[in-house]
Design a protein around this ligand. Sequence first.
Ligand SMILES: [Fe+2]
Length: 179
Amino acid sequence: MLCFRQHPYNKTYYTIRMTTMNDFMEHTIQELYSAETQALEAMPQLMERAQSEQLRQAFQQHQTETEQQVQRLEQIAQQMGIDPEGETYIAMQGLIEEVQNLLDEVEDTQVADAAIIAAAQKMEHFEIAAYGTARTLAQQAGKTEVADLLEQTLQEEKQTDEKLTTIATSSANEKAAQA
Ligand SMILES: [Fe+2]
């Protein structure tokens, strides 16, 4: 299959060829690696704007977790004999840019928390979908160790998502609604 892709920065078009399921798997791992490293870079900025202690702590914990998740992807890439670094994953870049723009406009502190939680959950939901796909691909290819590592991260992402829902329903959104 021949695909055309536009480079995110210089906007030139280039072609990529994915002929095997292994190629697709490699692409998925690189996509996740790009997403996680971008998320990791954006986290301190989001944490800085977080108002509730509960949210700040959740971010702090997820930052440590994400560092481990990046290492896990490096381990997976090593096992598969591939380079984890590929093209920038534009969908994650878009989600991060959107929350950055939104936070420029949001002044109310509690509303900022609600905006941060909403953005973080969009990022988590992408990761849950992508890790689920990658895990299933690894299972189908008989790469049990890789599948187990991906499953481990998938569970962490689900827990983070649930924690964010709890924070949103218990404090941030409630306070914002009152403001
Ligand atoms: Fe993650």
